[in-house]
Design a protein around this ligand. Structure first.
Ligand code: LMR
Length: 438
């Protein structure tokens, strides 16, 4: 899904959004500095730089002549916004820290503004956005931070941009890992698994070292199931249950196709599961899905369409979109990330469920242990989930599940060097492909 580039060499760079101003922008872009505002009650901010003092531009901040005014804010936020915000904050929840990697990419460009506007975590949930980019995308990342600043989102209290995951993941409660390398011309799939796997191994280590112990991690960068597994294996102090690979986009695509065929609006489609890998072996489950509360098979009697056209349409939707757009899906991916988060922080409607790629240990379906596999989940709205037990299987479904499971097991063998399980051995099935590869 994600195509933003990441770089493994890090320097420290922070921006503070609500006060971004020329000061922090210049410091960040010119000199790789850290700008850390102190809590609102304190009257000082710290700026630490890795450049000689004479390289640092003097701040041109509002009220800079009065030392008491200096630290709290800069620019337009101070002038037009703080008083109102102070009133609002009384009913607000405690601020949460959200990390987003690939933050200068297209998916993030849709997602960040949803997060900052309150559409995802709610209108009383202030957030800090911690944005991870690469050396190459750094200027674009500054542009993103500036646009966030210019949007005057009351709930957005802080923005940090950096290319160092150890900085970005500090204390985060959510990590949305979007950035990954796209498969380049002539690159073998094993090569893609290795390059992206290294990124996710590094990020797993960083999360393990500095993130909240209960951080929820949603991996979007492809191949997202195996990247999530690598991340999890490199973060032994974080519960494996907290790692997800995004298959919500596939679920949404499946619901849309079923709705179209049945001639209903898509809100009538429920209980849609995607089983397995976010790849062309994924299994959109029409056996358990429902339309207007009825089994799909009672509404759509065309079994051939379900088994062939529907299944393939969902599996390859990403590729069709790439052909049309000339790039991967971005807006619908961002929407599905928002959906995936909301599904974890709001109670699942009675009788329904949602799909997520989660760790298989202890699963009730007989899927191989120790992989990340998309399965049906329910949540009480506390960020956690349980696997749904009352699903049915038939031969068609089981056969398909076995195929996607085999693909994930092969991907896992391919990245053994990154999961601490010895020497990698890559025997990927021939037809292993991401949804975007045709
Ligand atoms: C998608 O499902 O749209 C993407 O994952 C496609 C891709 O392969 O990047």
């Amino acid at each position: 899904m994600a195509v933003a580039e990441l770089s493994p060499s890090y320097t420290k760079t922070h921006l503070h959004s609500s006060q971004l101003s020329f000061l922090s922008t210049r410091l960040a872009s010119n000199s790789r500095c850290t700008f850390r505002p102190l809590p609102r009650t304190r009257k000082a901010a710290t700026i630490s730089c890795s450049v000689a003092p004479n390289q640092v531009q003097a701040p041109a901040a509002v009220g800079a002549e009065d030392p008491k005014n200096k630290p709290e804010c800069f620019g337009v936020f101070c002038l037009t916004y703080d008083l109102k915000a102070e009133e609002e904050t009384k009913s607000w929840k405690k601020l949460i820290n959200i990390a987003v990697s690939g933050a200068a990419g297209m998916i993030s460009n849709h997602l960040l503004f949803k997060l900052a506007s309150g559409q995802v975590f709610g209108p009383d949930q202030p957030i800090a956005l911690k944005l991870l980019g690469s050396e190459r995308s750094f200027e674009a990342l500054e542009g993103v931070a500036m646009e966030l600043e210019d949007s005057l989102f009351p709930l957005l209290r802080e923005v940090i941009i950096s290319i160092n995951p150890y900085e970005v993941f500090q204390d985060v409660e959510w990590a949305l890992l979007i950035g990954a390398k796209p498969r380049g011309p002539g690159m073998e799939r094993a090569g893609l698994l290795d390059i992206n796997g290294q990124i996710f191994a590094e990020q797993g280590k960083a999360l393990n070292a500095v993130a909240s112990r209960n951080v929820k991690v949603i991996v979007v960068g492809n191949p997202c199931n195996t990247n999530a597994l690598i991340c999890l294996k490199n973060a032994p102090n974080i519960p494996p249950k907290n790692f997800h690979a995004l298959t919500r986009l596939d679920e949404n695509r499946a619901k849309c196709q079923l709705a179209l065929k049945a001639g209903v609006f898509y809100d009538q489609v429920s209980n849609a599961t995607i089983w397995g890998n976010h790849s062309t072996t994924q299994v959109p489950d029409f056996l358990n899905a429902r339309i207007n509360g009825l089994s799909v098979k009672e509404v759509i009697k065309d079994q051939k369409w379900l088994e062939e056209e529907f299944t393939e349409k969902v599996q390859k939707r990403g590729g069709v979109l790439i052909k049309k757009w000339g790039r991967s899906s971005a807006a619908s991916t961002a929407v599905s990330i928002a959906d995936a988060i909301r599904s974890l922080i709001t109670p699942t409607p009675e009788g329904d469920w949602f799909s997520s790629g989660v760790y298989t240990n202890g699963n009730p379906y007989g899927v191989a242990e120790d992989i990340i596999f998309s399965m049906p989940c329910r949540s009480k709205g506390d960020g956690d989930y349980e696997l749904v037990k009352d699903v049915i299987f038939d031969d068609y479904l089981l056969k398909r599940i076995t195929k996607t499971e085999a693909e994930l097991l092969a991907e896992k063998r391919c990245v053994a060097h990154l999961t601490g399980e010895g020497i990698a051995f890559c025997d990927l099935p021939e037809d292993t492909m991401l949804p975007g590869e045709m």
